[in-house]
Design a protein around this ligand. Sequence first.
Ligand SMILES: C[S@@+](CC[C@H](N)C(=O)[O-])C[C@H]1O[C@@H](n2cnc3c(N)ncnc32)[C@H](O)[C@@H]1O
Length: 354
Amino acid sequence: MTDLKALVEARLAQGPLPAAEAMALALYHPEFGYYRRAQGPWGFEGADYYTALDLGPLLGEALAVRLERAWERLGRPDPFVVLEPGAGRGWLGRDLLQAAGGAFGAALRYLHRDDNPAAAAAARLALAPHLASGRARIVAQAEPLEPFRGAILSNELFDALPAQPYRWDGEGWSYEALTVDGPAWLRAEPCDAIDWFTSQAEGGLEAGDGAPWCADLPGLVGDLARVLKGGLFLAIDYGHTASRVLDKGSDLRRYKGHTVDGAWWEEMGRADLTADVDFTRLALHLERAGLGEAGHVSLSAWIRDHAPLATWEAAWQTLDAASRVKRMENLLQLTLPTAMGERFRVLEAWRSCD
Ligand SMILES: C[S@@+](CC[C@H](N)C(=O)[O-])C[C@H]1O[C@@H](n2cnc3c(N)ncnc32)[C@H](O)[C@@H]1O
């Protein structure tokens, strides 16, 4: 087998390839997967997409404030461990460690987890001083972790999990697949995904409603919840309630060179694929895993609730004009509805210590 295209063609000879399996191959095939390449996709010029971390340090600074409150609620444990699965370049950890001061900063231990080789290489650079001082550590996916008190946080992890689009056509459900003749919607058998979507369609189903189903979600949530002995679970991602995602008729998206389309079957292994996150289902599985107080709000609302806006304003007065403008742009990107403010949501859940 020479590349992913040849591998997919061989697979198609056996029958249709469901979109979720295509997404798993495209992103995580050990040799040809997009997230198994030496080169990362993140950034502006010459890259495929940017995340909130490319816009500046304010998300990390707001998280430092939010996590300090969680540390206080837990009774100020030392260490206060923060695990970030899907941590990419480690920039969120870097910004968080940079912003966390005092006794909280001294107790903070950051664990970067992402088996993407480009991510690990970039994180070794971004986190270098903190790796040297022992405040940060890069952990492999397979490394068993001792349960800890602290937090689990993620930015755009759940949207990168393989997901299977389903669609209601007015008479029945179909699932999306790649066939020898190209992409197609094929009649779906009864399954958990269909039961879930049917139960979540507020006001009934209309032709064109549909959503991606992430089969790996319960397993990943269970694995993460098991290591959190007490503290905060916080996930930042795009998506919405199950009902809103269904209403939108949400499908997989492909990002390549800062353009986005729905052609998930093209350039497999050389473009990013993402799916809207069903926050209703994510919250449900966190509750099933023993966490409470699960709820989610827009990123804009979360920033307004948690970010130290007055402190920021005072601190920015000491910066030169260009740096002040950059901070202001960073804040606008995180809060404006047309930028990330309403497209992204923040889910929080809490595990009380026994
Ligand atoms: C969209 S990127 C986000 C990276 C980073 N959080 C950021 O905001 O720039 C998703 C990352 O999740 C990683 N990933 C996917 N599934 C994972 C899992 N189960 N555990 C840890 N990382 C995972 C991928 O390798 C990829 O680097």
